[in-house]
Design a protein around this ligand. Structure first.
Ligand code: ADP
Ligand code: ZN
Length: 804
């Protein structure tokens, strides 16, 4: 009999999979999608079979050593999805598969061999192995056994598996659950007024900082977070406890914060619009999709729930994608409330081992609904009936590293391959999706809020002329917004305040010579932070102390520019001393479940004012929030990116949608210096379609998606000159290829990226514009031709969502 071969993809940046020989004993289990142990140089790695019975290689092939799983880890449709991704995004198949299969199922995983009970009178090497295992308590890593017995063992183990003497399993590197409890520092009930505080914290600024940090964190925080991330010493913590202002308690570490949260049952009666949407979805051909375009508060979640319920009733499964799992606890708990044990929530808090477990449960059909962020689009849900993508416009659905896939497009391919239906939902659909709804997607509208609640009126405040409240320092604080907050607090209602800039101030500038403090590693100014104080880079994390004088002219006065959330919070605490304030941004949410803590305290009414970055604009449904204030609508308006206006519109419309969700109604106040910008004008009218129509017109000349498609070729490296030269070579290469094949593609650049340096790497790019199909051809060639040269890297970003 002639030898058989298999192609095996390895989780490495290799252009092509490797060929291995299939030993006869493993013949029936080396199947496409199966994990296998293979030798790579002098190591043994876990790889994934992508094809069997392939042509023999030119050189002699090494053997597949073992097949640890009883059945293939990836079923054919997922393997086909991976192959599509590798082709479309021009990424190595191995890296693509690596992004699909959870980390714990790869790489440095160990294969463990265990003895099975029963007689085993075997001689020879097999007997030696069994005896050795017996001595070791019946279980060991194969590599340890091989070292101890000084010989390769895979063939022996394979025979022993066949006669049921041992079993093999793959153990991910980290299966240990993290510590089960942690110490948490919480403020006590008695909160001093601002005046009392002044007396209390006189000459104790560190304690005041800690106190205010805790307040900003929603009243409590894990001690480890305070000491390790925020740099508070044990002494300060103890002092606050001694003063009776805070206490320490042990609290259980939340492994899954969604598990225990109580949920109210979903409404039982659909609105007429919801019913129409649902029956249209049920009537979709398998593989087809719909855009559920429903205003904020129109009840999109209930449509998703019912669509999933129907799919489950047919005995099929579902995937539900949300932008960021930590930010959407309400959506997740609604699904959990409806489907309980059918759900596997794939969140970032899972250890590798837990994630692998969730995978297996889904793979075996013991869970039928996967809920998670971007990568949950690969959940091994068997017999897939529907994929739901909530807030489909969110940029977080695009992967930031190779393969640079967009979960929406992957979902569409996967749905077609598996005959599932696709539901994209949003109140502010992306322009691309809206255009696709003219041809490929069914457009479903929910034009009204549930219960005929009105959309909240949006008032635009022109900061250039509006009267400003004295004593609020550099914070843009109009009288209108001020009286809005005062009235909301007086009625014991809640307000959200959006300021999409974290830190204390955007940058530090010398008023004398104009010098701005820049990151030494990135082409970006350093952000001023308080508590703990310092200058920080938001790209690379570089930190330095606040300088006492200008480094250029030694002028002692330094000016902070561009108010951030910390400064806003300080001002609010001064101005509304009785208000209970929380802040939600990357600085207050760096521990695993801090989002939930903060949002839960808003939900339970412990917080009056929630300040936040774009984090607070997503999907929250708090009926007692009657005021939404946008402190500065202009923070992202003029970024050098073709999507800046769209992003600003979405952010404004989404945050406005958090107001007036309950019977008390609500209003929105937006402060800006550009009241006539179309993003603001249409957001004020809650008119997404009006905005998209105008925005589409603006992307015709020069063309940007959806008028054309884009590929961004991004070059980066430590040597500025070298990166520029490589960029020119890449651009020339593209131009030559395009001319040779007469492709309808234009080449822009090479040019430095707007962010020309990040983490000590210079960045240049070449932008290709043209029809997607032609770009696909170029990209495939490019992937084979561009090699890493020296330390300069080339990244191919197809359908980029950001050009910064
Ligand atoms: P969206 O996601 O479209 O912004 P939600 O799904 O959060 O809106 O729904 C808004 C509110 O309306 C929620 O509190 C939800 O429970 C409620 N709701 C949705 N559908 C119905 C219905 N058919 N009857 C009564 N209440 C509903
Ligand atoms: Zn930096």
């Amino acid at each position: 009999m002639s030898d058989r071969f298999a192609l095996v993809a390895l989780p490495l940046p290799l252009a092509t999979p490797y060929t291995y020989r299939i030993p006869e004993t493993l013949g029936d289990r080396v199947l496409p999608g199966a994990r296998v142990v293979v030798p790579v140089r002098r190591r043994e790695l876990i790889g994934l079979v992508v094809a069997v019975d392939t042509a023999p290689p030119a050189a002699t092939a090494r053997d597949v050593l073992a097949v640890p799983d009883p059945e293939p880890a990836l079923f054919p449709a997922l393997l086909a999805t991976a192959e599509w991704m590798a082709g479309y995004y021009a990424a190595p198949l191995g890296l693509t598969l690596k992004s699909i299969l959870p980390g714990g199922m790869w790489g440095e995983s160990q294969v463990i061999v265990s003895l099975r009970n029963g007689s085993r009178a075997t001689g020879g090497v097999a007997g030696e192995v069994l005896a050795w295992l017996e001595k070791r308590g019946g279980e060991a890593a194969v590599s340890t056994a091989a070292r101890a017995l000084k010989r390769p063992l895979w063939d022996v183990l394979e025979r022993l598996t066949r006669i049921d003497a041992v079993t093999l399993r793959v153990q991910p590197p980290d299966t240990r659950a993290a510590g089960l409890t942690e110490r948490v520092l919480s403020l006590t009930e008695e909160r001093p007024t601002l005046l009392e505080r002044e007396a209390l914290f006189k000459r104790r600024p560190k304690q005041q900082q800690l106190y205010e940090t805790l307040e900003a964190l929603g009243g409590s925080a894990p001690v480890r977070h305070l000491s390790e991330q925020l740099g508070f010493g044990e002494g300060v913590l103890n002092a606050l406890v001694r003063e009776g202002l805070a206490r320490v308690a042990r609290s259980e570490v939340l492994r899954d914060p969604f598990a225990g949260s109580p949920v109210s049952p979903p409404p039982t009666l659909l609105t007429p619009d919801q019913s129409v949407a649902l029956s249209t979805i049920s009537g979709l051909e398998p593989g087809d999709g719909a855009l559920l375009f429903g205003v904020t508060g129109s009840g999109k979640t209930l449509v998703y729930l019912e669509a999933v319920r129907r799919v489950l009733a047919e005995g099929r499964g579902a995937i539900v994608l949300v932008p960021e799992i930590g930010l959407t606890p309400q959506t997740v708990s609604r699904f959990r409330g409806a489907f309980g044990d059918e759900i596997a929530v794939l969140h970032s808090g899972l250890s590798d081992g837990e994630r692998a477990d969730a995978w297996r449960l889904l793979r075996r059909g013991e869970r039928r609904v996967a809920v998670g962020a971007r990568s949950a689009v690969f959940a091994p849900v068997a017999n897939l009936g529907v994929i739901v993508i909530d807030e489909e416009h969110e940029a977080s659905y695009k992967n930031g590293e190779t393969p640079r896939y967009h979960a929406r497009d992957v979902a569409s391919v996967r749905a077609r391959l598996e005959g599932a239906r696709l539901i994209l939902g949003s109140a502010t659909p992306s322009l691309e999706t809206m255009v696709r709804a003219e041809t490929k997607l069914q457009l479903l509208r929910l034009p009204q809020r549930v219960g005929a609640r009105p959309m909240p009126p949006v008032e635009v405040i022109d900061l250039r002329v509006a009267p400003k409240v004295p004593g609020t320092g550099p914070v843009p604080w109009s009288e209108a917004l001020d009286s809005g907050i005062v009235a909301t607090l007086a009625r014991r209602e809640q307000a959200l305040l959006l300021l999409n800039r974290r830190g204390y101030a955007a940058f530090l500038q010398c008023p004398e010579c104009g010098e701005v403090w820049q990151c030494p590693h990135c082409s970006i100014s350093l952000t001023v932070h308080q508590a703990p104080a310092g200058l920080r880079c938001h790209y690379c994390g570089h930190e330095e102390p606040l300088p006492p004088t200008c480094r250029a002219c030694a002028n002692p006065v330094q000016q902070m520019r561009g108010v951030g959330t910390q400064q806003l919070e300080r001002m609010l605490a001064d101005r509304y001393p009785d208000a209970r304030i929380a802040r939600m941004d990357l600085d207050t949410t760096s521990t695993k479940w801090s989002h939930q803590r903060i949002l839960a305290s808003v939900e339970s009414g412990e917080i009056d004012l929630l300040i936040g970055t774009q984090m607070i604009a997503k999907g929250l449904d708090f009926p007692n929030v009657t005021l939404v204030g946008v402190v500065d609508a202009d923070t992202g308006l003029y970024l050098p990116d073709s999507r800046a206006a769209e992003r600003t519109f979405q952010l404004l419309a989404q945050v406005a949608g958090r107001a007036g969700r309950g019977p008390k109604g609500g209003r929105v106040l937006v402060q800006t210096r550009h009241p006539t910008h179309h993003a603001l004008v249409w957001a004020q009218q809650h008119d997404t379609e009006g905005f998209l129509r105008q925005e589409r017109g603006l992307r015709v000349d020069p063309p940007y998606p959806p008028t054309t498609s884009l590929v961004n070729l991004l070059l980066s490296g430590p040597d500025e000159g070298e990166v520029g030269r490589r960029a020119a070579v890449v651009a020339d290469w593209c131009t030559a290829l395009i001319e040779r094949h007469r492709l309808p593609i234009s080449v822009l650049g090479p040019a430095p990226c707007p962010l020309v340096r990040i983490k000590d790497r210079w960045r240049w790019h070449v932008l290709l514009k043209g029809p997607s199909k032609s770009l696909g051809g170029v990209v495939r060639y490019a992937a084979r031709s561009f090699r890493r040269e020296g330390s300069t890297r080339v990244v191919i970003d197809r359908d980029p969502v950001s050009l910064l």
